[in-house]
Design a protein around this ligand. Structure first.
Ligand code: ZN
Length: 262
């Protein structure tokens, strides 16, 4: 297996996974979405809420705010020394104390850990009018996307099979119908010959195969996959990729232990 990055920054990656299998590509995709832990607000204590919104709606909105996560510093609660009761090793409290008139933003939260803060400071939560007040303590912990979507580190994580398009030179009569019908503009002409120029754009629609009267084009599946991942900012994309692989490895090892014990 091999990885070739096409585009990459902190929150976005596009890469080709080469010589792999569809089972592995899909397991990895699912692990990135569902098994990589991130911080999110789990519950809130409302001391005062005179805004127009119910406590429950505020709780839901606050829960969905992505928080910067440090996986080295915090334990998942079920594996923590406190046995899941909540302690400084597994949870962080963020306080909100605001008075109207004002629009309350995610950036108004004051976290007890300067590392665990909202990724974006400008997510609106509620608009307070004159004399309205909010006093809230929000408690964040690690969780996974399997439990709730608010813990997902990626908003998009998908792959597609990269096809292989073969054009039989002997059969091709250069009618260029394939160029005309291709909706993704995959083909081009070079030295009076039809060439596959943008294979990564191919969507397997097979219009070129249908349009070719000489039956010169075949589109085949390969073991190469084009991944597109968009992060929400809690963790850098590379950390999400690595952590998901660690989780898959742990699961395989656990299965191995089970098999040996049987
Ligand atoms: Zn704990």
């Amino acid at each position: 297996m091999k990885i070739e990055f096409i585009q990459e920054n902190e929150n976005f990656a596009k890469f080709i996974l080469k010589d792999s299998s569809i089972t592995f590509a899909n397991s990895w995709r699912r692990a990135m979405k569902s098994y990589v832990p991130t911080m999110a607000v789990d519950y809130i204590d409302v001391y005062l809420n005179t805004s127009f919104l119910y406590d429950e709606i505020l709780a839901h909105r606050i829960g969905l705010i992505p928080l910067k996560t440090n996986l080295e510093k915090y334990n998942p609660q079920e594996k923590c020394v406190c046995n899941g009761e909540g302690c400084p090793n597994c949870q962080v409290s963020l306080r909100l104390n605001v008075e109207g008139p004002k629009v309350v933003y995610s950036g108004d939260f004051i976290s007890e850990d300067p590392e665990i803060v909202p990724v974006f400071e400008d997510i609106p939560i509620v608009e307070l009018y004159k004399d309205q007040q909010l006093m809230i303590e929000a408690v964040a912990r690690l969780g996974t996307g399997k439990e709730h979507a608010k813990f997902q580190p990626v908003s998009l994580c998908s792959y597609k099979i990269i096809p292989k398009i073969e054009i039989e030179r002997g059969k091709c009569n250069l009618c260029k119908r394939c160029i005309e019908v291709c909706p993704r503009d995959v083909f081009g002409v070079e030295d009076e010959d039809i060439k596959v120029e943008r294979i990564l754009d191919c969507s397997f629609c097979l219009e070129c195969v249908k349009a070719c009267d000489e039956k010169a084009i075949t589109v085949l599946e390969t073991n190469n996959f084009l991944f597109t991942i968009e992060g929400l900012g809690q963790l850098p994309i590379r950390v999400v990729m690595k952590k998901a692989l660690e989780v898959l490895k742990e699961k395989a090892e656990e299965m191995n232990r089970i098999l040996e014990a049987v």
